[in-house]
Design a protein around this ligand. Structure first.
Ligand SMILES: NC(=O)c1ccc[n+]([C@@H]2O[C@H](COP(=O)([O-])OP(=O)(O)OC[C@H]3O[C@@H](n4cnc5c(N)ncnc54)[C@H](OP(=O)(O)O)[C@@H]3O)[C@@H](O)[C@H]2O)c1
Length: 316
């Protein structure tokens, strides 16, 4: 690959964007454009068009988005729908208008129907109802996939889309409002250790099964696909996951071990469990030639080290 390609990583300070930058830099890419949201608000069409006209990037990774847990999604549904639609419409349209050679759109496995058969295959998109709490966010993401596909069909562009499972890792948010289970476990068990707590109670029965991937593995998959595949080969979009799941209780025990807290994990079965199993089918990704490399045990150590190094900022 030409390591001088001009690559715009939109959302480079986020969990996914920062992992993309690390991966690209480790592979020798030298010409990466990074803009914070205050330097370039991607919801502002004119500013986005001006930026693309001036910079003319060769590749774009679209990892800028308004992201949050169930609480934030339920409280601010307009923001989750409108901000994401604006960001992706602007960046995708500008990418076509100003000759971007390849674009990768980051979606999320929450786009799948609420009762999708497990593990969730790409083909089950739009086959039944979505989870009502994140419908506005999911519809925005589904629109992004469709828009990339529409540009490919109408204009012959090379815009691909990936749907990752739950992510964690360096530069994650540990704010209570994040609501993602893995970073919340890291924070709670770490605090339990500092406060000398003997027990921590987690929500639900502990039996639902979930899949977690470190953002560095996702970034590796994204860069692999951009370097070696076309949108035609990838299909409308491709799932990115580890192919391995575990129960919430098993996850809690692994996080507690990583953090070094030895108390008792209690369950509160009066609290909701959510879907009993949620994982993506990674057959298409494997057939394209990529598999996850970092185990959950290794990944948790990386994430916890980053949490410790950045404890104050990550909680804000
Ligand atoms: N986290 C997960 O578990 C997960 C799982 C599956 C898929 N994904 C997908 O991966 C993508 C990235 O998620 P993430 O977890 O990395 O999110 P994140 O950590 O919250 O980062 C999002 C980034 O988007 C940027 N951004 C937000 N609004 C912007 C705007 N108006 N203009 C310019 N930049 C803006 C922010 O930039 P500043 O920092 O400069 O404000 C931030 O760095 C999303 O599409 C998400 O759906 C995430």
């Amino acid at each position: 690959m030409d390591k001088n390609l001009k690559i715009f990583v939109a959302g480079h300070r986020g969990l996914v964007g920062s992992a993309l930058v690390r991966n690209l830099e480790s592979k020798g890419y030298k010409n990466i454009i990074k803009k914070t949201s205050s330097e370039l608000d991607l919801t502002d069409t004119l500013k986005v068009f001006e930026f693309f006209e001036t910079e003319k990037p060769d590749w774009v990774f679209l990892a800028a988005a308004k992201v949050g847990g169930i609480h934030a999604n339920s409280t601010y549904p307009v923001d989750f729908m409108l901000t994401n639609l604006k960001i992706q419409n602007n960046v995708i349209e500008a990418s076509h208008k100003f000759g971007v050679k390849k674009l990768m759109f980051l979606g999320s496995s929450c786009i799948y129907p609420k009762n999708a058969p497990q593990p969730m295959k790409e083909e089950c998109l739009l086959t039944s109802e979505l989870e009502p709490t994140n419908e506005p966010y999911a519809l925005a993401k589904i629109s992004g996939i469709c828009l990339c596909d529409a540009y490919n069909r109408q204009y012959g562009t090379d815009f691909m889309a990936v749907m990752p499972c739950n992510l964690y890792g360096i530069s994650d948010s540990y704010h209570n409002e994040n609501g993602h289970v893995l970073p919340m476990f890291i924070r709670r068990f770490h605090e339990a250790k500092l406060e000398g707590k003997k027990e921590v109670t987690i929500w639900g029965s502990g039996t639902p099964r979930r899949e977690f991937m470190i953002s560095d593995d996702l970034a590796d998959a994204c860069v692999f696909l951009m370097e070696t595949k076309t949108a035609k080969e990838v299909g409308k979009f491709v799932n990115v996951g580890t192919g391995v799941d575990l129960t919430i209780m098993e996850l809690a025990q692994m996080v507690a071990k990583t953090v070094g807290w030895e108390g008792e994990i209690k369950l509160d079965p009066t609290k909701p469990d959510g879907t009993m199993k949620k994982m993506v089918d990674v057959t298409r990704l494997k057939n394209l030639g990529w598999e996850a490399k970092i185990t959950l045990e290794e990944g948790l150590k990386i994430a916890y080290d980053d949490f410790l190094n950045n404890e104050n900022t990550r909680l804000n």
